[in-house]
Design a protein around this ligand. Structure first.
Ligand SMILES: [Zn+2]
Length: 172
């Protein structure tokens, strides 16, 4: 049975680590992805990186609705992802499950193409714009230890962090 995992909350130093490449795509990884999926839905996230549930491996998931699917579809899984093309510029307020209550304006590429491996071990590419493109860049940042508050100056960061509610996910 898939279970809801505790979410790692800022300022946990784990969130600053660079996640490691995944070499084996096996049943352990597949059941971990199921746990990630129920955790993402339980916390109302659009996406979730493994490091946010304490596993520093290069994998993140995105809810299928963000890519035009329905909640009944499987979550989108990106193993060892990299952005191979990006164009344009965009900016919007972003939040993060690891920074509950915090929202800051983050500059992103408008359109990106991501290359990753799926749970069957196949490499694929996906082009995205809008919220999906932002989600790719946000989750990829997590795999490199980068957070949304890194995109604002010290004064705005301090203001934003005043809203941090570190107890939000204690009960999971
Ligand atoms: Zn995040």
């Amino acid at each position: 049975m898939a279970k809801v995992l505790p979410v790692v909350i800022y300022p946990d130093p784990l969130l600053r680590e660079r996640s490691a490449e995944i070499e084996d795509i096996d049943d352990d990884l597949r059941s971990f992805v199921e746990d990630m999926a129920v955790t993402m839905y339980a916390t109302d996230g659009l996406g979730l990186a493994a490091v946010q549930v304490g596993v520093t491996k290069r994998i993140f998931i995105i809810e299928p609705q963000a890519a035009g699917g329905t909640k009944e579809d499987p979550v989108l899984v990106f193993i060892n992802p990299e952005i191979i093309r990006s164009e344009g510029q965009d900016r919007a307020e972003e939040g993060c499950l690891s920074l509950p209550g915090v929202f800051v304006s983050v500059p992103r590429a408008e359109k990106v193409t991501i290359r990753a491996t799926d749970l069957d071990g196949n490499t694929f590419e996906m082009e995205a714009d809008g919220i999906l493109a932002k989600a790719f860049q946000h989750e990829l940042d997590h795999l490199d230890g980068k957070l949304i508050i890194d995109y604002v100056g010290p004064v705005k960061r301090k203001l934003a962090l005043r809203h941090l509610d570190p107890h939000k996910y204690d009960d999971l």
